[in-house]
Design a protein around this ligand. Structure first.
Ligand code: ATP
Ligand code: MG
Ligand code: MG
Ligand code: MG
Length: 569
C-alpha cells in the first residue's frame, strides 16, 4: 500500500467532546469521524483495524466450532412481542415503522431471530449441539453515548448463540466459548480479566464478562489478587456488600461552570434527561462552612425520584459547581485525566481543587472539615448518608474466603451468558429427544464488542505521541518512510523493493510516498501507531543500511536493509 493511494486524515486537535484518550486519538489518527451522537464513520484506517479484530474473532469462533451466518438488522416486532422484550426493552430499542404502519426494530442483539431460525430449522437431537454467530451492526439508543465508539449507539458486535439438548450440554458449549474468548483477547495482546456478572434483563443462570483493564473503564471490577475471585460491581454488591455500605462510582467531568447552578443545569450539561434518569441526588458541599466546593450527582436506575432540587439538600443554601476541575488533586489521577474514578458507573462527580483526593473526600466526609454531606434523595431523606466511594469494597474479605478484595476499572468487551430455556420456552423452540419427546432447546449467548475493542486497546496502548497498537490490531505493521522519494532514484528503488518484498511476505506495509517533511511524517505514524518504522535515505544506503525503530523504542538503530524482513516477521 502506498500512502498516496490510501486516506490518511490525521488531525492536530482532538474534538471538544472527547473525554478519554482513545476517543481523542481515534479521531486525531483519522480512524473515525462523528456523524451524529454515538454514530460514526469508520475511515479506511479504522476499518482496517476493525477487519483485523473481526478476523481474529472469526478464526477463533470457527476453531471453536461455531458457524457464521448473518441475520437482518431490521427485525419484525412480532418476534420480540413473543418474548415480551418489545415492551420490556424501553427507549434503548430503536423502533421503526414501515409504509404499512407495521412495527420493526433495529437489532440491539438477536436472540429472538436466532431462536426463530432454530425452531424452524432444527427438529432432532441429532442436530444438537449447534452454535451460530454473526458479526453485525447493532443499534442501541444509549442514554449517554460517549467515549467515541466505545459507547456508541450504532456499533458492531459479534454475537453467538448456542443450542443444546440439556443443561450439561450448555455448560460445555459455554466453556468452549469462554476458552475461545480467552484466546481472542490474548491474541489481541490485551490485559483483561473475566468476571462474574449479574444476568440482568436478558435472564438466565450463569454469566461472565470480559473486561479490558483500564482506569477509564465505566465498570468497577471487584477482584481478589490472591485468588480466582473476580466479579463486576453489581454481582459483588449482591454477594458481599450490605446496604449500610453502598458502593457508588464516580466519574470526573470537566466543566466550564457557571457561578451558580442547580440540578437542571447539571443534567443539561451532562446531557441527561432530568426527570427520567436522575433517580437520586447525592449530596453537595455546604459553601458557608468550608472552602470545599463539590457537587455530585448520582444517577441510578433503581430508585424513584419525585423531585430534584438542590436547594432541598438539608443544611445547604445552594449547591454549586466548582469553578475549575483540578483533576490530579481531586481524584489522585494523572494531570489532565478526565475519565471516571471511584467504583461505580452511576455517579458523576464534579470536584474542586480543594478536595485533596477522592478517598479523603469520601471517607473523611463530615469529619474532614469540608462539611461534606451526602444525601440519597429518594430513599434516605432527610437522614444524610455519607457515601463511601473508594472504600466501599476495598479491603473486604472475599467472598471465597481466600483473601481481601481490591477494585480496578474495566471496559466490558465481551459477555458470555447461560440463557437456559428462557427464549426457547417463550418461542416454542423445541427438538425431539431420543425418546421422541419435544424438549425446549437449552441456549447460551455470547457477545463481543468489535468496535469497542478498538477504544479499549488504545486505552491500554498509547503515549503522549499517539497510539501503540498490539501488532495483531495495527492498521499497518510497518511503515517505510523515504528521505526524498521523488528526489533520489536510489531511495525510490530501495523503498519500492522493500515494500514489495514485505508485502509478498504477508506483512501489512505502507510506503509513505506523500512527500511530507520527515518531522510531520514521523509524527503522523507515531500518532497512527505503526509498530515498526523504517527510514530509508541516501546516507544510509551508501552503507546498505536503513534506520529501524519500534514504536516504543527510545531510539532508532541502523541496520542492514536486508535484515528488515527478519525484524518484522
Ligand atoms: P454495557 O454494560 O457497556 O452497556 P452491555 O452489557 O449492555 O454493555 P451486552 O448486551 O453484554 O452489552 O453486549 C455485548 C457486548 O457488546 C458488550 O460486552 C460490549 O463489548 C458491546 N457493547 C454493548 N453496548 C455497546 C455500545 N453502546 N457501544 C459499543 N459496544 C457496545
Ligand atoms: Mg448496555
Ligand atoms: Mg454490561
Ligand atoms: Mg453485558
Amino acid at each position: 500500500m502506498k500512502a498516496s493511494q490510501s486516506f490518511l486524515a490525521t488531525l492536530k486537535e482532538a474534538p471538544s467532546d472527547a473525554e478519554v484518550v482513545s476517543h481523542k486519538l481515534m479521531v486525531r489518527a483519522g480512524l473515525i469521524r462523528k456523524l451524529s451522537a454515538g454514530i460514526y464513520n469508520y475511515l479506511p484506517l479504522g476499518l482496517r483495524v476493525i477487519r483485523k479484530v473481526e478476523n481474529i474473532i472469526r478464526e477463533e469462533m470457527n476453531r471453536a466450532g461455531a458457524i457464521e451466518l448473518l441475520m437482518p438488522m431490521i427485525q419484525p416486532a412480532e418476534l420480540w412481542q413473543e418474548t415480551g422484550r418489545w415492551e420490556k426493552m424501553g427507549p434503548e430499542l430503536l423502533r421503526i415503522k414501515d409504509r404499512h404502519d407495521r412495527d420493526f426494530l433495529i437489532q440491539p442483539t438477536s436472540e429472538e431471530v436466532i431462536t426463530d431460525l432454530a425452531r424452524n430449522e432444527i427438529k432432532s437431537y441429532k442436530q444438537l449441539p449447534i452454535n451460530f454467530y454473526q458479526i453485525q451492526t447493532k443499534f442501541r439508543d444509549e442514554r449517554r453515548p460517549r467515549f467515541g465508539i466505545m459507547r456508541g449507539r450504532e456499533f458492531s458486535m459479534k454475537d453467538a448463540y448456542s443450542f443444546d439438548r440439556d443443561a450439561e450440554g450448555l455448560k460445555k458449549s459455554y466453556q468452549i466459548m469462554f476458552d475461545a474468548y480467552t484466546r481472542i483477547f490474548k491474541r489481541m495482546g490485551l490485559q483483561f480479566r473475566a468476571v462474574t456478572a449479574d444476568n440482568g434483563a436478558i435472564g438466565g443462570s450463569g454469566s461472565q464478562e470480559f473486561h479490558v483493564i483500564a482506569d477509564t473503564g465505566e465498570d468497577a471490577i471487584v477482584y481478589c489478587p490472591t485468588s480466582e475471585y473476580a466479579a463486576n460491581l453489581e454481582a459483588a454488591e449482591s454477594l458481599a456488600l450490605t446496604a449500610s455500605r453502598p458502593a457508588a462510582t464516580a466519574s470526573m467531568v470537566k466543566v466550564a461552570t457557571p457561578e451558580k447552578t442547580n440540578c437542571a443545569d447539571v443534567a443539561k450539561f451532562l446531557n441527561i434527561p432530568l426527570e427520567k434518569t436522575v433517580k437520586s441526588l447525592l449530596f453537595a458541599v455546604d459553601q458557608e462552612k468550608g472552602p470545599a466546593k463539590l457537587f455530585m450527582l448520582l444517577v441510578r436506575g433503581d430508585h424513584e425520584l419525585n423531585e430534584v432540587k438542590a436547594s432541598k439538600v438539608p443544611g445547604m443554601a445552594e449547591s454549586r459547581f466548582a469553578t475549575e476541575v483540578e483533576i490530579k488533586q481531586a481524584c489522585n489521577a494523572p494531570a489532565g485525566y478526565l475519565g471516571p474514578v471511584g467504583v461505580s458507573a452511576d455517579v458523576t462527580v464534579v470536584a474542586d481543587r480543594t478536595v485533596a483526593n477522592m478517598s479523603d473526600f469520601v471517607c473523611g466526609a463530615n469529619d474532614a472539615g469540608n462539611h461534606l454531606t451526602g444525601v440519597n434523595w429518594s430513599r434516605d431523606l432527610p437522614e444524610p448518608l455519607v457515601l463511601d466511594i473508594r472504600n466501599a469494597v476495598v479491603g473486604d474479605p472475599s467472598p471465597d474466603g481466600k483473601g481481601v478484595v481490591d477494585i480496578c476499572r474495566g471496559i466490558e468487551v465481551g459477555h458470555v451468558f447461560q440463557l437456559g430455556t428462557r427464549y426457547s420456552e417463550a418461542m416454542g423452540c423445541t427438538f425431539l429427544d431420543q425418546q421422541g419427546k419435544a424438549q425446549p432447546m437449552v441456549m447460551g449467548c455470547y457477545g463481543i464488542g468489535v468496535t469497542r475493542l478498538l477504544g479499549a486497546a488504545i486505552e491500554q496502548g498509547h503515549d503522549e505521541r499517539g497510539i501503540i497498537w498490539p501488532i495483531s490490531m495495527a492498521p499497518f505493521e510497518v511503515v517505510i518512510c523515504p528521505m526524498g522519494y521523488e528526489k533520489s532514484e536510489q531511495v525510490k528503488v530501495a523503498c519500492d523493493q522493500l515494500h514489495d518484498e514485505l508485502l509478498a511476505a504477508g506483512i501489512d506495509v505502507i510506503l509513505d510516498d506523500r512527500g511530507e517533511r520527515p518531522g510531520a511524517m514521523f509524527a503522523d505514524w507515531e500518532l497512527i501507531g505503526a509498530p515498526f518504522r523504517v527510514v530509508i535515505g541516501d546516507r544510509g544506503l551508501a552503507n546498505a543500511e536503513v534506520e529501524f525503530k519500534g514504536r516504543t523504542d527510545a531510539d532508532s538503530q541502523n541496520i542492514p536493509l536486508t535484515d528488515i524482513k527478519a525484524k518484522v516477521i
